[in-house]
Write a protein that binds this ligand. Sequence first.
Ligand code: PRP
Length: 221
Amino acid sequence: MNKRDILTIALPKGKVLRESLQLLKRAGMDADGVLHDERRLIFENMDEGLRFMIVRSQDVPTYVEHGASDLGIAGRDVILEQGKDLYEPLDLGIGRCRMVVAEPEELKKRDNPTHWTYIRVATKYPNITQRYFLQKGIEVEIIKLYGSIELAPILGLSERIVDIVETGETLRKNGLVVVEEIMDITSKLVCNRASLKTKPRRIKEFIERLARVLKPEKGQG
Ligand code: PRP
């Protein structure tokens, strides 16, 4: 295969990696080597002309926007938070979770979200949080954290948090409960806009192969 025709795909480390690899495999684009050596960050499937890069989930949009990667798999949370200029051809339906406002169980007993006018929130998602409360007319003070958000109410950093909930286990274990739902989240295929023009045939084929395994009924005939 011509070197210029190789497609590079940024895959997110962490929870969504396994689901991403399963999906790619079902589409005939095996990248399972990724699971055998956690320290290797680039894997090639030269039969298919594919090069996979393993990056932090928050870095996927950056690699793709700059064209270091033609394609990537990124959560709706990360995409909306960063607002980068990316083409989003497919919702992959993996990495399903919710973004919520949560607070201590005790506080919820006497709290009424319709009365909020000012709140302090700890979160990894300052932009989404700001937009969400702004459109509700609520003034919000945001404390930006990079992880373990559930600790903030326990340590008195903020009364409430905006974070991702998947099983609800982390909230439960830290005495927190959901008080508002902000949005449902899934992972999407994102694509560099220039690659659409320089590798149109390969990108189209990649998208179609994934789309077929997502919606088998539409791929037939
Ligand atoms: C996410 C999120 C919660 C947890 C929710 O964190 O920030 O802490 O997962 O999952 P659960 O509802 O199934 O318990 P992640 O594991 O991505 O780590 P981080 O806090 O370091 O970002």
